[in-house]
Design a protein around this ligand. Structure first.
Ligand code: AOF
Ligand code: ZN
Length: 387
C-alpha cells in the first residue's frame, strides 16, 4: 500500500470547518480537532464506504498518540490511537473528528474501548448520523467520561465525508471538469485538449481512488480514449473504481483502453432499443451492459443512477464530457463539483464548460466547500450543492 500523504489529498486544503463551534473550545483544542480531521483524510481510498476519521490522544498538553481509520473493516481511529500509546492512556483526552461509535460492528465499540482505557474526556467533531453507531457521546457520558461534542453541525461532517452522510437511494454524484480561464473545456468538440498540469493530474487520480465508480460519456471515450484507472497520486484504492460509460447507441468498442486495462469492472449503459448484437459485442469485450430508457436523445440519468446503486455503487465521479456533466447539473443530480481552472484561455470558438441549457437558478445552490487549492499553475475549487 502506498504511504499516506501528510496532508491528505490536495483538494482538502488544511482548514477548520467554517461553521462556528457549537461548544466553546480554546484555540489549541480546536487545532487538535483539526489535526484529527487531517489524520482521518489519510484513509481516503481505503475506508469508504466508512467515513474518514482521525483521533489525537493528549494528556497534560502532550500528544500521547495519533490514529486514524486506515482500512475498511479495520480498527477505528480511536482504537488505532489507543494501540499506539506507549504506557497507559489513563486520564487522557481524545480528540476525535467523528462521534465515537457505540455499536459492535466489524470492530468493538469505540465507546467501550475509550472508557476501558481510562480516557477521561472526549471531544468530538460531528455526530455520527447512523442509528446503530450514533449516540456514542451519551453512552460515554453515562460511563462517567467528560464529553464535549458535537463541536460542529452536520454540515461540517457532510463536507468532510459527503458519501457517508449522503442519504437517499441514488449514488452520490461528483463532477470533475477542467476549465480554461474563459470557461471552456476543449478547443473543438470531440477533440482532446490538455488544460491542466501534472499536479492536477495527480489530484484527479487521488480523487478517483475514493469513489466507487468513475463515469464518462461515450463521446469522451471516443475523443480521449481514457483508461479511467488510478495510476498516479500514491493512493492505491482498496477496490479499484468501476468504470461506467453512458453510451446510448452502444458505439464504444472493445479496442478502447478501458477494456484492455485490467482494473475496475466496466459498466456500459445503453438505450433499451439497442441491438442484441451490440450487447453481445460489449459483453464479449468484458463489460456489464445495462439497458435504460432514453430521454430525448440521451439516456435517462435517473435509471442510470438507480441501476448503479443496485449493483453496489454509492459514489460516482463523473469526468465528462461537458454534455453529460451539464445533464447532471440541469437535472439537479450532481452533489459536488471539482472544478480545475487552468490559466489558459481557449477563445470564443471553443467548447464552453457549462452551456446548459438551464436557468441561472441552477447555480444558486452551490457553495464553495473548501478553500481553493493551488496545484502548480492550476486552481482546484470544490463546490457542494446545498440540500
Ligand atoms: C468511530 N471511529 O474511526 C469510524 C467510525 O463496520 P464497522 O464496525 O467498522 O463500523 C463502521 C461504522 O462505524 C461507520 O458506518 C460509522 O458509523 C462508524 N465509523 N466510528 O468511532 C471511526 N470510522
Ligand atoms: Zn468506532
Amino acid at each position: 500500500m502506498a504511504a499516506p500523504t501528510e496532508f491528505g489529498p490536495p483538494w482538502h486544503a488544511s482548514t477548520l470547518p467554517s461553521e462556528a463551534p457549537l461548544v466553546p473550545l480554546p484555540e489549541h483544542e480546536l487545532a487538535l480537532l483539526e489535526r484529527a480531521i487531517r489524520l482521518g483524510r489519510r484513509g481516503w481510498g481505503r475506508v469508504h464506504p466508512n467515513p474518514m476519521v482521525g483521533c489525537v490522544l493528549v494528556r497534560d498538553g502532550e500528544i500521547l498518540a495519533e490514529g486514524w481509520h486506515r482500512e475498511f473493516g479495520g480498527p477505528h481511529a480511536e482504537v488505532d490511537a489507543l494501540e499506539r500509546v506507549r504506557g497507559c492512556p489513563g486520564g487522557a483526552t481524545a480528540f476525535v473528528s467523528l462521534e465515537p461509535c457505540r455499536h459492535h460492528g466489524r470492530t468493538a465499540a469505540c465507546t467501550e474501548e475509550l472508557a476501558r482505557a481510562g480516557v477521561a474526556r472526549v471531544v468530538y467533531g460531528v455526530a455520527d448520523p447512523h442509528p446503530a453507531a450514533g449516540g456514542g457521546g451519551d453512552v460515554l457520558r453515562a460511563a462517567g467520561v467528560r464529553v464535549e461534542g458535537p463541536v460542529w453541525p452536520e454540515a461540517a461532517g457532510r463536507r468532510e465525508n459527503p458519501v457517508f452522510f449522503h442519504a437517499g437511494l441514488q449514488p452520490f454524484v461528483a463532477i470533475k471538469l477542467a476549465l480554461s480561464l474563459d470557461g471552456k473545456i476543449a478547443r473543438v468538440p470531440g477533440g482532446p485538449t490538455r488544460l491542466t498540469g501534472p499536479e492536477a493530474t495527480v489530484a484527479v487520480h487521488q480523487l478517483r481512488a475514493g469513489f466507487d465508480a468513475v463515469l464518462v460519456g461515450a463521446r469522451t471515450v471516443h475523443a480521449d480514449d481514457p483508461r479511467l484507472t488510478v495510476r498516479e497520486g500514491g493512493i492505491e484504492p482498496r477496490v479499484p473504481p468501476a468504470r461506467m460509460v453512458v453510451d446510448p447507441d452502444g458505439s464504444v468498442t472493445g479496442e478502447r483502453s478501458l477494456f484492455r486495462e485490467p482494473a475496475g469492472r466496466v459498466l456500459v449503459f445503453v438505450a433499451s432499443g439497442v441491438d442484441e448484437a451490440v450487447l453481445d459485442r460489449l459483453e464479449g469485450a468484458g463489460a456489464d451492459v445495462h439497458r435504460v430508457p432514453r430521454r430525448d436523445r440521451r439516456l435517462a440519468l435517473g435509471p442510470v443512477l438507480e441501476t448503479a446503486a443496485r449493483v453496489g455503487i454509492r459514489s460516482i465521479l463523473c469526468e465528462g464530457g461537458g454534455r453529460l456533466a451539464n445533464s447532471f447539473l440541469a437535472e439537479r443530480r450532481a452533489d459536488r463539483l471539482y472544478l480545475f481552472y487552468s490559466p489558459i484561455a481557449l477563445g470564443p470558438d471553443a467548447v464552453p464548460g457549462f452551456p446548459g441549457p438551464f436557468p441561472r437558478a441552477i447555480w444558486e445552490q452551490w457553495r464553495l466547500a473548501f478553500p481553493p487549492a493551488r496545484l502548480g499553475e492550476d486552481v482546484l475549487c470544490v463546490y457542494d450543492r446545498e440540500a
